[in-house]
Ligand binder design. Structure first.
Ligand SMILES: [Fe+2]
Length: 306
């Protein structure tokens, strides 16, 4: 029975350190189904919903918990972002090597359908501050709307908020297995680098003119680390590609122009009064990749002392 198979798979994850470790590299249902089938557990996304309805993981017993609190004695962290070039990161050698294997363009992405979902006004929404009077209305509209692209099931980029490719929704292409193994290895390297648990939070390919509209990630508070790279080297922080956020304390917009091989840390908040609004635009002719990780605030001990 598929539903029982889901529950058995959850149990296997609890019992096996090796499986648990692999599961930290997974960010989508598609990846979970793929991994489970490799170990003989066969189910689909409907079976998962049914199983979750009857066997929700108990509170306080999530499979992996990433400690996200910070004790610097005030309500706001000292800084909301930190950014480094790979070359500034000590002992980053094999991490950079594994990272190279992640920058894929899955053959299963329908680029024509992707391009059809582009909306200039959505890209330009990055210039509107979340404090602007018409912001909320436009934001809610973008949240609610899905595009009718005439394909079923709807790809991730059918959602107006998300004009980019979520690599982890593409598991049926020839590069996937190698890509997944590189993710697992990368996590091992990061966990030994930081001395804490790390898990993937998102694996994103931003082709030219891709964007992610304003959002907060408020349901998953804590520190994030992103590795960012391009397939062209002539991008020099001139803000054609950028990560923009609104400082939760001052409400000022901060725009981080990008260049190849960056490591960025930022902190997502869940309290309504200090949400971390942010958006991303790639208006270059290059492909941009960014890989996100949930990471303990202990990352600072390793990086800030250098
Ligand atoms: Fe985000």
């Amino acid at each position: 029975m598929p539903k029982e198979s889901v529950i058995e798979f959850y149990e296997a994850l609890r019992q096996s350190e090796a499986l648990k470790q692999q599961s930290k590299a997974i960010t989508t249902i598609e990846e979970m189904i793929k991994m489970a089938s490799k170990y003989g557990y066969c189910f689909n996304s409907k079976d998962i919903s049914e199983a979750n309805g009857s066997e929700t993981p108990k509170k306080g017993e999530e499979l992996i918990a990433i400690e996200s609190s910070e004790t610097n004695g005030n309500n706001f962290p000292q800084q909301y972002h930190y950014e480094y070039e790979f070359s500034q990161m000590p002992e980053f050698g094999e991490i950079a090597q594994q990272f190279e294997k992640l920058k894929i363009k899955p053959s299963t992405v329908d680029m024509a359908v992707y391009e059809k979902s582009f909306r200039e006004e959505d890209l330009q929404f990055a210039d509107v501050s979340p404090t602007a009077p018409d912001f909320q209305q436009r934001y809610l509209e973008s949240l609610r709307s899905y595009m009718d692209l005439g394909v079923t099931p709807q790809p991730e980029y059918a959602w107006r908020q998300f004009h980019l490719i979520n690599l982890d929704r593409h598991v049926e292409h020839p590069l996937y297995e190698e890509y997944f193994q590189a993710k697992v290895r990368l996590l091992e390297l990061f966990e030994s680098y930081f001395g804490t648990e790390v898990r993937f939070s998102g694996s994103l390919w931003y082709p030219p003119n891709a964007y992610r509209m304003w959002h907060t990630n408020e349901t998953q508070p804590g520190w994030r680390m992103y590795l960012v790279d391009f397939d062209k080297n002539d991008i020099n922080g001139d803000e054609k590609s950028f990560f923009r956020y609104m400082d939760p304390e001052t409400k000022e917009l901060v725009t981080l122009g990008e260049k190849p091989k960056l490591v960025r840390f930022f902190k997502v908040e869940s309290e309504k009064s200090k949400l971390f609004w942010h958006c991303i635009v790639n208006r270059t002719s290059a492909n941009r990749w960014s890989f996100g990780f949930q990471i303990s605030s202990q990352w600072m001990k390793k990086v800030l002392k250098n």
